[in-house]
Design a protein around this ligand. Structure first.
Ligand code: 0PR
Length: 350
């Protein structure tokens, strides 16, 4: 089976937040395949590269002295951020307040960590701050904002979320897992230098064009990460703060390679191209009478009928649906204008 198996190509993939790794990222992933940053005493080079990755992520997110690590993905980074907040707080009944569009990894985190997740409704796809404020209390350990939501690509009012967290002495966590490599080239206030954020998720293996697995967890202050440390008696290092033990050096090396190759000019160009593609697709769909959720970042949602979406799937297009039933196209780096043109041509055929 394996002899004949081929990975899918990306020619018709419009539903994924993964993409084709940058060539330098692919090469670095292969080279560092047999390394384990989970054991930095033995695998020193990859441990150094991880520090470099965190430096890059700090530069991208306005953090001059960044603490953090390369996680297995956004799920681990979000879970660890909530774990920091829970461990640091002094309550037996911790809760986390997040907008309803927060990624389902927060549901997993709440379940694993024994924390109550309170979700507030959104207005125009962004956090409704009145609703968020109604949910916080003295047991709130973390208030979450999303900078590039999974379903619509919208950005929450991050400074207002940080202010709200402050009122109850909770941490503020920003989930920029997907949006973080597009946002530096926009006018949004989303990062550590724009607001009093404590922790952030930003994933190189999404728009960052690294190989999977490479997620990113950042903290404003080293002492926040210390909340995660467990002792590792028989390793050369004395403690470990990641959730996984053995982990992928390939992900770490490819993250450094991608950021070295693309930050900032390559990512900026990618943002311009992908945003122009999203705007183009939104216009094409509007012109055909569909209700389109105007793209804020390169992600388009529109009210295509279910039979229409099914037909597109029949024709090999990988498109997904939002919870509300809209068709959703994620304009990742591999999504080109010519792909979108043939997608629209297939729509017209229908
Ligand atoms: N935070 C946000 C804002 C996300 O969009 C995602 C993933 C995560 C956290 C979790 O990240 P990991 O999946 O790296 O743990 N969002 C995509 C989703 O759930 C993930 C995805 C990726 C889905 C590739 C499909 C796919 O082909 O839709």
């Amino acid at each position: 089976m394996l002899q004949r198996a081929e990975p899918q190509d990306f020619e018709r993939v419009l539903s994924s937040m993964c993409t084709v790794p940058h060539p330098s990222a692919r090469e670095a992933a292969e080279r560092f395949l047999a390394t384990n940053p989970g054991d930095p005493g033995t695998y020193e080079t990859i441990a150094d590269l991880e520090r470099e990755a965190v430096e890059y992520l700090g530069e991208i997110t306005g953090l001059s002295d960044p603490a953090g690590y390369v996680a297995s993905g956004g799920t681990e980074a979000n879970l660890q951020a909530i774990r920091i907040a829970r461990n640091r707080a002094d309550t037996d009944d911790p809760n986390v307040v997040a907008p309803v569009h927060a990624h389902f990894s927060f549901t997993k985190a709440a379940d694993v960590l024994g924390v109550e997740l309170r979700t507030a409704p959104a207005t125009d796809y962004r956090s409704n701050m009145t609703a968020m404020a109604e949910l916080v209390d003295e047991d709130t350990v973390c208030v979450v904002g999303v900078a590039g939501s999974t379903e619509y690509g919208y950005v929450d009012p991050i400074p207002a979320i940080a202010d709200l967290a402050e009122t109850v002495d909770a941490l503020c966590h920003v989930d920029a897992a997907w949006g973080g490599f597009y946002l530096p080239f926009t006018d949004h206030d989303w990062h550590f230098d724009h607001a009093d954020i404590d922790t952030m998720t930003i994933d190189p293996h999404k728009v960052g064009q690294a190989a999977v697995p490479a997620g990113g967890l950042l903290a404003r202050d080293r002492s926040l990460l210390d909340e995660l440390a467990v002792e590792t008696p028989y390793l050369e290092s004395t403690d470990q703060l990641t959730l996984t033990g053995t982990r992928s050096g390939a992900g770490v090396a490819s993250a450094v390679a991608a950021m070295e190759s693309l930050w900032p000019a390559g990512y900026e160009q990618q943002y311009e191209t992908s945003m122009a593609n999203a705007d183009w697709l939104a216009d094409q769909l509007s012109a055909r009478g569909h209700d389109v959720v105007g793209p804020e970042l390169p992600l388009v949602a529109a009210d295509l009928s279910m039979p229409m979406t099914d037909e597109l799937r029949e024709r090999g297009w990988r498109v997904s649906k939002t919870g509300a039933g809209e068709m959703r196209v994620v304009c990742m780096p591999h999504v080109t204008r010519s792909m979108l043109r043939s997608f629209v041509a297939d729509l017209d055929w229908y």
